[in-house]
Write a protein that binds this ligand. Structure first.
Ligand SMILES: [Zn+2]
Length: 191
């Protein structure tokens, strides 16, 4: 009896995983179509160059060689500089995945609300200088801090680097209990 129940549970988990996967890709290639087409084109370019990829919570991370480049997310396609490693890589995956989640929330509006300000904030030399001079966190900007929170919420992972832990929430510390669940009145998340 117990074995049957156990098998039933496993089957149910597998079914849910498949349904989640189908929904994820369907959502990405309808509501988030524009950025996914852009991502697909970028993937083709870097695959021709021989870049390696790995799956990450249904998204595809590709490691590329590009000067002055950290990471970018275009729908379900994430690109990260292949020289990033260790804890920084771990946290960058969560952050970029957060931008993938933002695509699912905002659809085509993502380009204007997230990508454009993020691109300017990241690349404009005057802003890079200002961040350094005034010691402003990169995650201070709404779209970057929000990406961290989206990434953490969906992957259920935790940040490892001090920068993300201490300044990841719009320049403020991430609550260490962010992904802990409380067994109080069901399973309420402790924010
Ligand atoms: Zn970002």
């Amino acid at each position: 009896m117990k074995i049957i129940l156990f098998c039933d549970n496993i089957l149910w988990v597998i079914k849910m995983k498949i349904i989640k996967k189908i929904l994820f890709y369907f959502w990405q290639f309808t509501y988030g179509l524009i950025q996914n087409i852009m991502g697909l084109c970028m993937l083709a370019v870097y695959k021709i160059k021989g870049s390696k990829s790995e799956w990450y919570h249904n998204a595809l991370i590709t490691y590329i060689e590009k000067k002055n480049f950290g990471g970018v997310s275009l729908g379900m396609f994430i690109f990260i500089n292949k020289n990033v490693e260790g804890d920084r890589l771990h946290d960058m995956k969560i952050h970029e995945y957060g931008h993938t989640v933002q695509t699912m929330i905002l659809g085509p509006a993502w380009l204007l609300i997230i990508a454009l300000p993020s691109f300017i904030w990241c690349g404009l030399p005057a802003l890079v200088k200002l961040r350094k001079k005034k010691n402003i966190s990169y995650y201070w900007l709404y779209c970057e801090g929000w990406a961290n929170l989206c990434g953490l919420a969906v992957t259920k992972e935790k940040f490892l680097t001090d920068d993300c832990k201490n300044r990841g929430r719009y320049g403020k510390p991430i609550n260490p209990n962010y992904n802990k669940r409380k067994d109080k009145k069901g399973r309420k998340r402790n924010k």
